[in-house]
Design a protein around this ligand. Sequence first.
Ligand code: ATR
Length: 286
Amino acid sequence: TGITGNRIDSHTVLYGVIGDPIRHSKSPIMMNRAFRETGINGAYMAFHITPDKLGEFVAGIRAMGIRGVNVTIPHKLDIMNYMDEIDAGARAIGAVNTIVNDNGRLIGYNTDGIGYVRSLKEEAEPDLAGKRIVVIGAGGASRGIVYALAGERPSSITIANRSVERAEELAQAFQSLADIRAIANEDLKTACQEADIVINTTSVGMHPHTDASPIDATWLKQGAVASDLIYNPLRTKFLLDAELHGCRAHGGLGMFIYQGAYAFEYWTGQSAPAAAMRETVLQSLA
Ligand code: ATR
């Protein structure tokens, strides 16, 4: 069966993920499971690419006919310089996490935000229209999510960030798409009390055994959705506190699964076996 369990032969199509570091990535086990599950003859590898080797790697995509590549830290911005075409969403977000190689023509996409929204709708809140949404954090992850949420006709998106200028910049960037505003941290409590969905996009709560939380979860309405992009731990302190308070908790694992599911769908034209992908990643986290 080999390491991946996929049958590798002279027709196998290569895929992969690049990053620096990369050895922690769960993408290879997730994507190889997806190929096995669908019977697609593909193999997916993790490539440790340092920034000085990015151009050579892109030449390698074309030379070797690598069909699809996921891009992670620190390459999501710089990789844009090497694309032949960049999808409108990725251009608006300003980052590419997925490359499709169409016979040597490289097209860049961003599936992080849409992956998050698909996860939120399937796992926590099917209809985002008319919802009041609070987003904590204004970094790269927040940008993709705010862009994707803006397309769901929310009543409002309110962004708070430690450095308020970054929140203002983000609200400004997408102000034509929805009612998006930046607030100061001292107004966060009131915003959370009025919100239907509160999303943590910061790294607060990520460190093992931490008891840090971006906000006091008791600020939320009972029945509101508390959502965290962090998936390791699967349940952050923010989510555990929110659940105890009577909120619905939504963890970050689904975002990871669905950003990969969209990439798989762009590459293969087939719908991704999301349940199997989730099962494999969950097993590896246990
Ligand atoms: P990512 O791609 O994960 O979003 P990033 O672009 O570095 O990473 O953004 C990190 C986000 O987490 C930012 O919103 C950051 O706030 P600042 O813009 O003020 O730096 C937030 N963040 C990180 N550590 C934090 C902390 N200890 N307290 C509050 N916010 C924090």
